[in-house]
Design a protein around this ligand. Sequence first.
Ligand code: FAD
Length: 444
Amino acid sequence: MNAQGPKAHVVVVGGGFAGLACARALAKTNDVRITLIDKNNYHQFQPMLYQLATAAIGTDDIATSLRHSLRRRANVEVKMAEVTAADPKTRTVTTRDGKSYQGDFLVLAAGSQANFFGTAGAKENAFPLYSIQEAQQLRSRILTVFEDSDREPKLAEQGALNFVIVGGGPTGVEMAGSLADMIRLTMTREYTDLAVKHAQVYLVDHGHALLGAFSEEAHDYASRVLQKKGVKLRLGIGVKEVAPDHVLLSDGTSIQTRTVIWGGGLSASPLSASAGLPRGHGGRIDVRPDLTVDGFPGVYVLGDFANIPSPEDESLPQLGSVAQQSGAWAAKNILAEIASEPRTAFHYHDKGIMAMIGRNAAVAAVGKKRHELEGPIAFAAWIGVHALLMSGVRERVEAFINWAWDYFGRSRAIQILDRADVSRIDWDKTESEDLPSMSGQSAR
Ligand SMILES: Cc1cc2nc3c(=O)[nH]c(=O)nc-3n(C[C@H](O)[C@H](O)[C@H](O)COP(=O)(O)OP(=O)(O)OC[C@H]3O[C@@H](n4cnc5c(N)ncnc54)[C@H](O)[C@@H]3O)c2cc1C
């Protein structure tokens, strides 16, 4: 440690890409002492949640202990606690168990949650996909409907093997591709007594194209790949209601299902509502170009939790690379403030946008100019960019690259139903009798 001890205490809320990058960059100097608070004791690699949900990988592959990650940094302490309130004037946060942490600097990086946009029944009955717990619950539900239908084939006739994905953005498209692969490549081999071929994946979006942020060629490519995998696209149609046993669509039809996966949008984590800071689009905190908040000295807000202005006068997208880079930049600005030097505006090094559409299929729009790639080369770009993201967290990135390459090269199956308690279905609970007419797409 510095002979005079640290000059400042920094409290960081959230050990995702943004908070962890900030803590790691700050920890390189003995000028600061850092307290990193997260409601979990691990960092989760969100880009691969859908592979966890479709039982292609295990939890250990995408969760890294925060303590282990920071074990060589003597000036960082990790606290596992949920922050329930923040006072940005005094830079103090309070946790659910009543403890308070006050810093000379406060960094808020609490990430996102699902936004159901008030859709009836969605919060109660749909499965979002923003955390490891949510991915585990979804995986358990998918395996439960297969196990139960295997014992009782008439459940499949009642739509038990229909899966409805809401949202045609990257999360919905990646989930649809991965689930279709799981059904086609793994479940057909493992459930030999069950007519697995009748399992059906639907993707519903009120827009008319998949992967809206990409080019028209990419929209067509994603549609072609998913349809080839057997996914039924319902575009230009919204979801009006999610019930325990069906979804009601805006065209008046319904689909019988016990598994509705919500990739329909995101908003800032609940903490944003109680942080007393200016909120903009998606409930995210509006920040200045240098990642600080107007009127609140010493407060930084990062990653998915913030609306970070881009030079084009829009907000930067909710991406791992934006979060990670904003974390490192905030650390730089905090150290500048400590040294009485000026802060600088965040410069995002844009590597592009990409989506994996299941085994061996991907689309990437690389760099600021959005040079578009498809197929195996896009898949390689995805691995490269995500290996870089992973390198901010894990030392053994080669293992990730080998694993990712193997996974997309051939099917792997870990069909273990380890959370049967959370996914049990009351098959007698049904609301379908009330429906005036069920569309042909629902029943077999
Ligand atoms: C399914 C999915 C797929 C994605 N795929 C990609 C992709 O392929 N490429 C890409 O670049 N990006 C992808 N993203 C987006 C990317 O994962 C996010 O932009 C990134 O994780 C944001 O990082 P963050 O640090 O801001 O937030 P997060 O990673 O969400 O971290 C927030 C942290 O805060 C903690 N936290 C939240 N609330 C509290 C609280 N009240 N108290 C204490 N701790 C709290 C959480 O436990 C979490 O650890 C994907 C996201 C999802 C959901």
